[in-house]
Design a protein around this ligand. Structure first.
Ligand code: IPE
Ligand code: IPE
Ligand code: MG
Length: 238
């Protein structure tokens, strides 16, 4: 018989969500503009998606821009918007070769039409059998997500319950995250996926996002494998 703790140790999460925090501090600590931290943050994201794919993780969701991030200085917001558009253009060419299917979640209504067009182009890339599915949360807010699901249910005349809301949330087609990693040392959710993280294991690390390497992902996965997930029940006796 397999020891359940052994099983738990070998468990690879199906879905990893990441709050990629600490770009600004990384740059500021070096006397460099925050924009540099964001540029290196994109490279870190690319690295981590590749590492997650190599480790057989089928879904990864990256928090790149929150609804609250709109309240940053206009200059930083416009740097980020340009960086997003540029990265998408660049990334689009490699999606098929890397077996990456990319989708966006969030309220995109405030984004420039040119950026929205880049997003549509990325989503249109046909990757029929992806090695990994990447969700990028842009203009995302957990409260917004729940409200838009409720509003859709109301418009469709559907009673609001757990099932009808869950079916209308941004990630209804994807299993809930098993593991949330937040870099940058803060221990909060910052309005990320409030509903979907209900039973995620929360892993907070001090590493600033531009420094996050495959080895840091491995450390988080090792930590995850040692968690005993109970979902409100009692631990299975062995
Ligand atoms: C995360 O890094 C990226 C975004 C929120 C866009 P930050 O820009 O929040 O970096 P810190 O937290 O200020 O260091
Ligand atoms: C969370 O980071 C949002 C993203 C990483 C996109 P923030 O830097 O915006 O979070 P707070 O303000 O420290 O809570
Ligand atoms: Mg931050």
């Amino acid at each position: 018989m397999t020891d359940s703790s052994e099983q738990a140790r070998s468990a690879v999460p199906r879905h990893v969500a990441i709050i990629m925090d600490g770009n600004g501090r990384w740059a500021q600590a070096r006397g460099r503009p925050r924009a540099l931290g964001h540029r290196l943050g994109v490279q870190a994201a690319r690295r981590v998606v590749q590492a997650a794919s190599d480790r057989g993780i089928p879904y990864i969701t990256l928090f790149a821009f929150s609804q609250e991030n709109w309240y940053r200085p206009e200059r930083e917001v416009s740097v980020l918007m340009r960086l997003f558009a540029r990265s998408m253009r660049r990334e689009r060419a490699d999606l098929q070769r890397n077996g990456v299917r990319m989708r966006f979640i969030g309220d995109t209504s405030a984004f420039a039409e040119s950026l929205r067009a880049e997003m549509r182009a990325v989503e249109a890339v046909d990757v029929p059998e992806p090695r990994i599915q990447v969700r990028v949360a842009l203009g995302y807010g957990g409260k917004w997500d729940i409200c838009q699901a409720a509003e859709r249910a109301r418009q469709e005349g559907v009673a609001i319950d757990e099932e009808s809301l869950a079916a209308r949330l941004s990630m209804s087609d994807v299993p809930d995250p098993d593991l949330l990693i937040r870099t940058g040392g803060e221990q909060r959710i910052s309005n990320f996926m409030l509903w979907q993280l209900a039973y995620a294991e929360l892993c907070f690390v001090d590493t600033l996002w531009p420094d996050f390497e495959a080895s840091d992902l491995d450390a988080a996965l090792g930590w995850f494998a040692r968690r005993q997930r109970r979902f409100g029940r009692v631990a299975e006796s062995r």
